[in-house]
Design a protein around this ligand. Structure first.
Ligand SMILES: *Cc1c(COP(=O)(O)O)cnc(C)c1O
Length: 425
């Protein structure tokens, strides 16, 4: 059966990207190169003193918004007790503990708000990149920002990232939310002065309405999750940080030591940006796979059908409804699909039942709490070592059989840090 037919059946499956290309570190992809990631990283650096002062929870780390790379020993045993046969090292990138947003959205969302604020400060107040950014928290700048709106469409976590950062800077923050968005996320934002607009439709609908409303207004910026470069390159900075974390642990990434990433995917921006960044750092030695719910496999559907953003999961009879609210997206980002065509190794789908099972197992074995969306990557880890699978085909085609014992696996734990525990499981 072909991939689309199996997606229709809500099967858990692996799709391998037939257009994957060999790329060197720092190679330009569709005209975008290393400087785009570096510029985003530099922007985070310029804002360090501001972030440290405005978000006291980041002060101990001097304003750095970063999470740990946690070795998983007990969870690896749990996975191997199910016949997974994982030999290499297994880590969780614990983005649920990223400050401010409690999810992977921190890097993308905060980056885009910083870029807007910096542009306005430079244009309207001749603020220089060499100045101390703590000044942006003075009445002069807060007043400037307060005459602008920043709007975003979100299933929740992007709204938290953009909304908190924008409101704290003094902007009028408006988050357009789909019906999937959880009540606690709306309440958290309202408490911080963010305006929530709710819609009955799905995620794309919330984005479309937000985009239209914003376009009609003078002083309004719309953070467009389905197209934004600034989100994408904000996300990509994770790769520079993780490459340092790996080096500090003495873990090489090279021809003998492959790196496999398992990345939960909604519209594709976060996993896409991360993939772009890792390819810039490690070229062909990194292998990136996206994870999606069986009811909302929009990226897999878009790529396998080659229709990209032009096809929605509802067109093949899927509901888009899943416990993974962060991944409940019907259509992928057009920009991300273009960028990922040569870079992503493949993608796989996971049932809701399994998302909950992995979420629980991680809590029981490692005492680490993730939201259901964030546990999607574990499906890949359970399957990558299976001999009679598409994974084995991928590994064989790249001559990686001998190095699998020296492989580093990173499951990206994308969110859940702000989620109330009584919402869990
Ligand atoms: C947003 C999100 C993702 C996926 O990011 P996209 O940019 O939508 O692909 C994954 N996990 C969680 C928890 C998220 O909030």
């Amino acid at each position: 059966m072909d991939t689309i037919e199996r997606l229709k059946q809500r099967e858990e499956l692996l799709w391998l990207n037939p257009h994957l290309q060999a790329v060197e570190p720092r190679e330009k992809i569709n005209g975008y190169g290393f400087v785009y990631m570096k510029a985003a990283q530099n922007r985070f650096m310029r804002f360090l003193p501001y972030i440290a002062s405005v978000f006291p929870e980041t002060a101990a780390k001097k304003g750095i918004i970063e999470s740990d790379l946690l070795p998983l020993a007990a969870m690896k045993d749990w996975i191997n007790s199910r016949g997974a046969g994982i030999q290499g090292k297994v880590f969780l990138k614990d983005d649920a503990r990223l400050p401010i947003a409690g999810s992977v959205k921190a890097r993308g969302g905060i980056h885009e708000v910083m870029k807007i604020a910096e542009m306005l400060a430079q244009e309207k107040k001749h603020f220089l990149p060499t100045e101390n950014y703590v000044k942006l928290d003075t009445p002069e700048f807060r007043e400037l920002f307060s005459s602008y709106k920043i709007q975003v469409g979100s299933t929740g976590n992007l709204g938290i990232s953009i909304g908190r950062m924008a409101a704290r800077m003094g902007f009028q923050a408006i988050v357009h939310m789909s019906s999937d968005a959880k009540e606690w996320k709306k309440e958290l934002l309202r408490r911080e002065g963010v305006i929530i607009k709710e819609y009955d439709g799905d995620y794309s609908h919330a984005v479309a309405v937000g985009r239209q409303e914003s376009a009609r207004e003078e002083n309004s910026f719309f953070v467009d999750d389905e197209n934004s470069r600034d989100l994408f390159f904000g996300y990509s900075t994770a790769a520079m940080r993780v490459s340092v974390q790996l080096r500090k642990k003495g873990i090489p990434v090279d021809g003998d030591h492959p790196l496999f990433l398992y990345l939960p995917c909604g519209v594709g921006g976060a996993p896409g940006g991360i993939t772009f960044g890792f390819k810039q750092m490690f070229g062909n030695h990194v292998h990136c796979f996206f994870a999606e719910p069986v009811e909302a496999p929009c990226f897999t559907l878009g790529m396998a059908s080659r229709k990209k953003e032009k096809i929605s999961v509802s067109a093949i009879g899927l509901s888009g409804k899943t416990v993974a609210d962060g991944l409940a997206v019907g259509r992928p980002s057009a920009f991300v699909c273009e960028m990922m065509e040569p870079l992503v190794s493949g993608s796989f789908t996971v049932s809701d039942e399994h998302l909950i099972e992995y979420q629980r197992a991680l809590l029981e074995t490692e005492d680490i709490f993730l939201e259901p969306s964030a546990s999607a990557g574990f499906r890949g880890l359970l399957d990558v070592g299976r001999p009679d699978s598409g994974w084995a085909e991928y590994i064989k085609a790249r001559g990686l059989e001998k190095s699998m014992g020296r492989t580093t696996h990173i499951v990206w734990g994308t969110g859940g840090g702000l989620m109330p525990r009584d919402e869990s499981c």
